[in-house]
Design a protein around this ligand. Structure first.
Ligand code: AFP
Length: 335
């Protein structure tokens, strides 16, 4: 007998424990998990399925799309548009929202997602992932528009990511802690392997794209310089640096063993207040990080409190182990 706790069993039991979680939500989460399994299979086949390389198009951010960006976007839509649980979807890869077509029933939830985060890593066979956030469609809205998605991160019903690494994992929160599931390829089920993930408050590991250092603001330069000074500096301890260029992989490492991740505000492109997108990168990851005991901030404010004004808006992100993120926030205050 298979006696591990599957994702389906886990969310059904959560649903029974917390009446706020409806059967419709449980079914939606299962549909999202199915999409992640399909994407995982495509990522895993790689060159064998001819899915590597560019798609020959740009997304709304002006970034060159990879074939797998486009495939993953289609998979998430394909697994969710007919189920009756969603009113609309929005994605990094689509300029406009995708209302559920009239031929299908519309549900009460909105799904925002980055179908394949870190996709510059695909062709070099390094971990990538899918990030998602589930919101409620505002009461009484029959024809959702982009405005209905513009809810602060505190309103998220659920957030999660799938990590396509040496193993495929799904990590989710519905506001009752963070739980991690590993895909058992032999039976096609996500199995609970990392219950109640917690981020240690202290860390000696930081992640930042140091090639941007000349564009950083003084509080970030101060923090990183102190880390680099190691034992001989004011922190009196050595630090280690990591940069995967895949936020899913960085956040997963931090959930597993602690750390701090920074994509801070910089002066590289004055039109962009940060690199990462609020609705489908920063918000879901901040919900997860906070639920695991960590902190997530722009340096000036809590990310989950930001009132979005645009579906594709960018924000600075500093998240991870509480004591380190609090220190960076303090440096911003002192600056
Ligand atoms: P994509 O989703 O467009 O691949 O971007 C990945 C990402 O948003 C995030 O996952 C990384 O932390 C960051 O970009 C990497 O940025 P650099 O190119 O500056 O390393």
């Amino acid at each position: 007998m298979y006696n591990s706790v599957s994702l389906t069993q886990f969310i059904l039991e959560e649903q029974r424990r917390y009446s706020a979680v409806s059967g419709e939500f449980t079914a939606l989460l299962n549909d999202v998990a199915t999409a992640c399994k399909v994407i995982s299979a495509a990522v895993n086949k790689g060159a064998l399925a001819g899915v590597l390389g560019g798609a020959g198009s740009d997304n709304v951010q002006g970034e060159a799309q990879k074939k797998l960006d486009v495939i993953s976007n289609d998979v998430v839509i394909g697994c969710n548009e007919w189920t009756g649980h969603l009113a609309a979807l929005a994605s990094e890869e689509m300029e406009e929202i995708y209302p559920i077509p009239a031929k299908y029933p519309r549900g009460k939830y909105l799904l925002v997602f980055d179908p394949l985060d870190g996709s510059s890593n695909i062709d070099v066979n390094i971990s990538v992932g899918t990030i998602f956030s589930i919101l409620r469609c505002p009461e009484g809205v029959k024809e959702p528009t982009a405005k209905d998605f513009l809810q602060p991160g505190t309103q998220q019903v659920c957030a999660g990511y799938a990590l396509y690494g040496p193993s495929t994992m799904l990590v989710i929160t519905t506001g009752n802690g963070v739980d991690g599931f590993t895909l058992d390829q032999s039976v096609g089920e996500f199995v609970l392997t990392h219950p109640k993930m917690k981020i240690p408050a202290d860390t000696k590991e930081f992640a930042i794209n140091a090639s941007n250092s000349r564009f950083w603001e003084p509080p970030v330069t101060r923090y990183i310089n102190e880390c680099l000074a190691g034992k001989t500096g004011p922190r009196k301890q050595d630090f280690n640096m990591r940069w995967v260029a895949s936020m899913v992989a960085e956040v997963h490492r931090i959930l597993t063993r602690g750390g701090i991740f920074l994509y801070p505000r910089d002066t590289k492109d004055p039109s962009k207040p940060g690199r990462l997108r609020l609705m489908y990168e920063a918000n879901p990851m901040s919900f997860i990080v906070e639920q695991a005991g960590g902190v997530s901030s722009t340096g000036r404010e809590r990310i989950l409190d930001i009132q979005p004004d645009n579906l594709h808006q960018r924000v600075p992100v500093i998240l991870g182990s509480k004591n380190e993120v609090d220190r960076v926030i303090q440096y911003h205050k002192e600056s």
